[in-house]
Design a protein around this ligand. Sequence first.
Ligand code: CP
Length: 304
Amino acid sequence: MHLLTLKDWTTEQIKDVIDKSLEIKRKPDEYENILESKSLAMIFQKTSTRTRVSFEVAMTQLGGHAVFLDWRATNFALADIRDETQYLSRNVDCIMARLLRHADLRAMAEASRVPVINGCCEKYHPCQAISDLVTIKEEKNVLQGLKLVYIGVHNNVCNSLIEGCTRMGVNITTVTPIVNDQSVDKELIGKAERTGLYRTTLDVKKAVQDSDIIYTDTWVDMEFFLNPKFKEEKEKRIRLMKPYQVNSELLKDSDALIMHDMPIHRGYEMSTDVIENPNSIIYEQSENRLHSARGILLKLLKKP
Ligand code: CP
């Protein structure tokens, strides 16, 4: 069993991992050493703070060990991904990979003898969506029937959030004036539409009116943020997205919880004051990456 996208998991499996993550957070002592002598390889083609730290600390807390690999410093950069994965999966019990292309994750999973976790590709960020649902359930006690608005660029985080919310009975409205070409997944959107829980609009004021949760993310994906070749596109995005910034004016009649998967670009997708608004659960949300990483690792590695 892998975790490449939530599309591959049953609704029951998603629900189980959310509940298990919350249980591990409540009773960490019961899960110490449960993955003793297990190893996780973590390979990154892109930058990361939370995904790297949460999975490494999760393995330590569960009694196992994590090995960090920077893609550029390994022979993955030179050789066929299938051969390198064949080797890697004979030395570790699980692989977590943040790769540029989902197709490479699929190739890795096909070649691997052990579970492969998608640590964020151009299309999906399933670990983030699981953690977000853990955070929402922790705050609200329920998921079914809640209303979440995602405001930003339609990207990998947005895709996984749509999949996760519609599976768990959360109504999700997206306000996404820009769609990242590389994240397009028509099948995912079609399926979400058929649940009746997903809709999209550009009327941001109306969308936030009766929402329980307001969620935003970066306007520019991490691999392009500091890329000089993306400068013009970045400026265009800032111009187009500025009217959709999550700020005090937008939130003036709202008591919704505020979420952001981080890293935050202060003054762009979110104004600085909103980050520390009493309704902001952004830092709790980021903390929960650790608890949900433990839930995901147990789901994939612990034999019943
Ligand atoms: N949200 C998230 O995945 O954070 P990192 O990019 O820092 O891992």
